[in-house]
Design a protein around this ligand. Structure first.
Ligand code: ZN
Length: 95
């Protein structure tokens, strides 16, 4: 998990997951209040991962899929925060 550039505090799994499921909401560091925005690369990685995970579910596997969808979702939820990268937001006052 990425950490804050200023104070080196690590972002928590929960913070990153919440950011991910709220439309790539920016993360604010708990300790120094620095704001971090999701990078475009992260959004692409997440989209590709979800598409890649859904492909076998709909096109390859032909049996009842309910249980498998739940397992997929669980794996996705566990993996997504590790694909996310954030860049420090530069405020006007910092320059
Ligand atoms: Zn910080």
């Amino acid at each position: 998990m990425q950490s804050c550039n200023r104070c080196k505090r690590k972002f928590t799994f929960k913070q990153v997951l919440r950011s991910c499921f709220h439309g790539y909401k920016p993360i604010q560091c708990d300790r120094c209040d620095q704001i971090y925005d999701v990078t475009l690369g992260s959004r692409l990685r997440v989209s590709v991962t979800i598409a890649a995970a859904m492909f076998p579910a709909f096109y390859v596997y032909k049996g009842p899929i309910y249980g498998h969808v739940l397992i997929y979702l669980l794996i996705l939820i566990l993996v997504l925060p590790f694909l996310m990268r954030y860049k420090q937001r530069i405020e006007d006052g910092d320059i």
